[in-house]
Ligand binder design. Sequence first.
Ligand code: GN1
Ligand code: MG
Length: 364
Amino acid sequence: MHDTIFLISGEFRIDGRFIKGAPHGNGHIHETYLAEFMEPGGLARYIMQKINREVFKNPAAVMENILMVTGHIKRFYENREGSHGKTLTVIPGKNGSPIAMDVMGNPWRCFLFMENTMTLDTAEKPAHAFEAGSAFGEFQKCLAGLDSSHLHEAIPHFHNSSMRYDNFIRAVEDDRFNRGIECRREIDSICSIEHVFRFFQEKIKKGSLPVRTVHNDTKINNILFDTGTEKQVCVIDLDTVMGGLAHYDFGDLMRTTLSSSPEDEMDTRGIEVSMEMFRALTQGYIKTAGEFLTKAEKELLPISGVIMTMESAARFLTDFLSGDVYFKIHRNGHNLHRCRAQLALAMAMEKKIDEMNRYIEVIS
Ligand code: GN1
Ligand code: MG
């Protein structure tokens, strides 16, 4: 691994001596490393990522999107106070391209590491949920001027949960690995609420919700927090920034901030939803997003958590039934455990939905 990072780092415009590289973060898709260099100005660190080509069929298109998005954000904040480091910086390859190939023909990319920042896998206190909401509200606001038709669709139909449901049914019917027997209850739970999966697509078809440029992968560990102040610094993992509903972002934020249990918690009895976290998340989000969201959008914020959590449950179970080909797993049955935790979480959200709806009415 050390050699791989050493070799690939030589392909990027980094003016320094390689010191070391180590795996970094908890992403489910790419291989991510943190690499250190001694440069004329001192120690410098970079993120090196091997792009998952099974998931992103067109890495060049993904990088074009990222350059467009980061360029837009940098221009948005230009000359504003406190705007330093509001987005990622792509380090180009030696030939100027944002992608470098390793000897095996795998695509890699490189970002400047943002010093004095940290990531969180769950919100440990309401202030974290507030910051998470504020990070993505600000992100959406900042990209409101970037028409999503200018971006490539990095993964077609990414949050089309209606289509996700159909893919899930296909995996259940194929049952290629004979795993259906291990998850009958989970399959039945998902099948019993097919209408939930159709909900947003019907709204889009009717034109009752606007398509905006959104992040599409807003789990809390895609936010960098300042290590000192614990305030949000910027949003990362820009691979799936595309057209979508504001709810895709808010719903996934609910999924990863409202419960103190990790996404793959095996003891699902302890999975609960905190109203205090919901209030903090919503306040942070509405602070900026409240300026542009329509009344209809605001009203559907609470239910987006249930829908996006169910979508994740179906995606994890689809992958379990298909032989774990999409999400990285770290133990047997990992995708099934993730699915169970999502089902428990969606149910816990459902129980508080009236209370959440009332809160939205009051603050918006
Ligand atoms: C993946 O890349 P990462 O780990 O932030 C996935 C998301 C899922 C998430 C579940 C491109 O996100 O859609 O919600 O795992 N990203 C892609 O943890 O599929
Ligand atoms: Mg990702």
